[in-house]
Every structure is written in structure tokens, then in C-alpha cells.
Design a protein around this ligand. Structure first.
Ligand code: PLP
Length: 391
């Protein structure tokens, strides 16, 4: 039996604010009527502000995996080649899905602990004289590593190479947490899910599509029905949604967008930065005595939504996470793929404040103690000092 609040510090799904839960506690309404249309119009307009785009945004009842797949089947034909910018577990998995659909997948290799190098991307695209690469696929914030990648610089690299590839970006754990600009950064396809910065339950996903992406969709030949952007864009009888609309999600989404608007996106980003930096201060203190270290070894890549922490060799991160959960009711993310058991991940995105982060850091520090992981003492104090002095 656990008393008090459960501190949920996974990097997605995230805490759902009470206002969103209450907004979803509402009778069903006819999704074909005018009353619902006003709600969905407000939602898509709000999403455009968060994506920073004037271009269409499409929605599905799906998780991020569905939106990944939607991007692949709408843009490509069997045998088309895509270039994945390697960043970690999620970039690799997007690529594996592309392979499953018969696409040629090339990976632009990159050290998972560092930001991707736009110069390498430019050089590879320059080599591709016949423009065989149809698209560059990248993950803005690699949730498995806590490294944020330079999307704007990647766009500039594609332009500098004079290459016509589409630019598709997964913003699943960055949107609504730190800056992303679909139009200004020339992103053709943006993929996001509901359960992270948007603070909703898991189960809805969205895609922003540029005119260039819509043109590619018209000539692509991979089969698609549910994911078909042409239907969602209103080309067929059904516009904007395929099947029964999950109206409760829209009640929640409307409230989420109102919350983001009321706080102001810039303030939302500043809050995420503050909480992320406080977390990093704690980890740096723990690093003393050969303790745990930030997985991201590149200061330019520190993510403001998730911090991945690597345990010293020989210590079991999952055992430490279990103590954190069982004894202190604090839930952390684990390592994914090869990193399983090697790291824990602190999600500091969505509906969080200083006290929630400090409480969680305190629980982690106690769990490190209890599981005998060497570490420097006083990580929480370093975080508090940063939060009070800003220095
Ligand atoms: N891409 C990134 C960067 C993610 O963090 C995740 C999930 O955490 C996914 C893709 C997959 O999304 P979903 O779990 O919603 O299918």
C-alpha cells in the first residue's frame, strides 16, 4: 500500500493534470455535429501553434508507432531509400519499420552519447548525386539517451547539399517541452504522440505535413487505408478522421492546449529548462566517487525533457529503480535495448514543478544509497542551490 502521491518521473507517458482529467469527465457527444466540430477546430488550431506551423495537422487513434508508420506508408514506394540519422533506440526502431515495408534503409552512424553531426549529413547527401535518398528521418529528442539533436542545423545541412530529400522529424518527446519550429526549420513531416509534452493519456498521435509531403503522398505506392493522409485531408468522403472520433481525447486535448496557452509556450520551455538543469546538477554531484554519470556527454545535447543516467559498471539500474518505486513510490524510466539494466532515465517533462523534481531526486539519492551504488552525496542540495540562486 502506498500513501500520498505517486511521483511519476518516466519520460512518457507523463502526469496528466487534474484539469485535463476533469475535462475528459464529460458526456459523449455526436462527433458529426457542430458542437464537436468547434472543439476539434480549436484543437487543430492549437496544435498548429504548438508545432509552429500553418500547414495541416492530421490525427489518428494510435501511439507514436502508428504515426511513424503513417509517415512511411504515405511518403514512399517499395524500394525507396531513406537515411536515418542514428541517435539511439528510437531512431533505430523507426528504421526497422521502414525496412519491414520494403524500403532501403541507410543509417548515418552517430555516437549515441553525442548530438548528430550536421556536417556528416551534408557530406553524405552531397555524395548522393542521383538523389536516391528520398528522405532524411531524424529524432529531435532521443528519449532513450537524453540527447537532443540539432534539427535546424540538419535542415541547413540538407539545403547546403542542395538535396531534395524530405525531412521527417520525430518530436515525440520534445514537442511542448522545448523549442521546435516546423515551418521555420523546414520540416516536411512531424510525428508526435499525446502522452508526453501534451500531458494526455496515451493513444492519440499527430502528424504535421508540408505541401512537399502531401505531393509525395500523391505518388507513393505503399498500400494504406487507415493511415491514408488523402482521406484525412478530406480528399475522400471522410475528412480529418478515419472512423469513430475519440471525442474524450479531444476534450482533454482542448484543455491541454489551453493550459499551454495560459502558461505561454516560452514559459513552458523555461520551466522545463529549469527543472532539467536542476536534475543535471544533482547527477553531476552524484558523479563524484565514481558514481553515476550523465549518458549525454555532449553539453550541446542535454535534453530538457529527459536525463539518462548511466550507472557505474557492475551495478544494476533496474534493481535501483525497483527500490525507488517500492520504498519511495517514485517511478523512473529504465534503459532500452542494449542499455537495459545499465541506466535509469528521469523524465522531467509535462506537468511538473520544482518540489516534485526535488522529491524525486531525493528518492533517487536514497535508492542509490540503499542499493550500494557509489555516488557523491548532496545531489539534491546542488539542485536546490540551482533552483534558489539560478547559478
Ligand atoms: N519516438 C520517441 C522519441 C519516443 O520517445 C517514443 C516513445 O517513448 C516513440 C517514438 C514511440 O512512441 P509510442 O510509444 O507512443 O508508440
Amino acid at each position: 500500500m502506498a500513501n500520498g502521491w505517486h511521483f511519476f518521473m518516466n519520460p512518457g507517458p507523463t502526469n496528466i493534470p487534474d484539469r485535463i482529467l476533469r475535462a475528459m469527465d464529460h458526456a459523449t457527444m455526436d462527433f458529426t455535429g457542430a458542437q464537436f466540430k468547434a472543439i476539434s477546430d480549436e484543437c487543430f488550431a492549437g496544435l498548429q501553434r504548438v508545432f509552429k506551423t500553418k500547414q495541416p495537422i492530421l490525427g489518428y487513434a494510435a501511439t507514436g508507432h502508428g504515426a511513424w508508420e503513417a509517415a512511411l506508408v504515405n511518403l514512399f514506394s517499395p524500394g525507396d531509400k531513406v537515411l536515418i540519422v542514428e541517435s539511439g533506440y528510437f531512431s533505430i526502431n523507426w528504421g526497422l519499420r521502414a525496412e519491414a515495408f520494403g524500403l532501403g534503409v541507410e543509417t548515418l552512424p552517430n555516437d549515441w552519447r553525442r548530438t548528430a553531426d550536421p556536417a556528416k549529413l551534408e557530406a553524405r547527401l552531397r555524395e548522393d548525386k542521383n538523389h536516391e535518398i528520398k528522405a532524411v528521418l531524424a529524432v529531435h529528442n532521443e528519449t532513450s539517451t537524453g540527447v537532443a539533436h540539432p534539427v535546424e542545423a540538419m535542415r541547413k545541412a540538407i539545403d547546403a547539399a542542395g538535396h531534395p530529400a524530405l525531412f521527417c522529424v520525430d518530436v515525440i518527446s520534445s514537442l511542448g517541452s522545448f523549442d521546435f519550429r516546423m515551418d521555420e526549420w523546414g520540416v516536411d513531416v512531424v510525428v508526435v504522440g499525446s502522452q508526453k509534452g501534451l500531458m494526455l493519456p496515451t493513444g492519440m498521435a499527430f502528424t504535421g505535413v508540408s505541401a512537399k509531403a502531401i505531393a509525395a503522398c500523391a505518388v507513393a505506392t505503399l498500400p494504406r487505408v487507415y493511415w491514408d493522409w488523402r482521406r484525412l485531408l478530406g480528399g475522400a468522403a471522410q475528412g480529418y478522421w478515419n472512423g469513430t472520433v475519440p471525442v474524450h481525447f479531444f476534450y482533454g486535448l482542448r484543455e491541454a492546449l489551453r493550459l499551454l496557452d495560459e502558461e505561454g509556450l516560452d514559459n513552458v520551455f523555461a520551466r522545463h529548462h529549469l527543472l532539467a538543469e536542476a536534475t543535471r546538477r544533482a547527477v553531476r554531484t552524484w558523479r563524484q566517487n565514481d558514481g553515476p554519470e550523465m549518458f549525454c556527454s555532449d553539453p550541446a545535447g542535454h535534453s530538457d525533457s529527459v536525463t539518462a543516467v548511466l550507472l557505474p559498471e557492475g551495478y544494476d539500474a533496474d534493481a535501483m529503480r525497483q527500490v525507488c518505486l517500492d520504498k519511495f513510490n517514485v517511478s523512473l524510466g529504465g534503459g532500452l535495448g542494449n542499455l537495459k539494466g545499465r541506466m535509469f532515465r528521469i523524465g522531467h517533462l509535462g506537468d511538473l514543478n520544482e518540489a516534485m523534481v526535488l522529491g524525486s531526486l531525493a528518492a533517487i539519492e536514497m535508492a542509490l544509497d540503499l542499493t550500494g551504488v557509489p555516488h557523491g552525496k548532496g545531489g539534491v542540495i546542488s539542485a536546490m542551490e540551482y533552483l534558489t540562486t539560478g547559478a
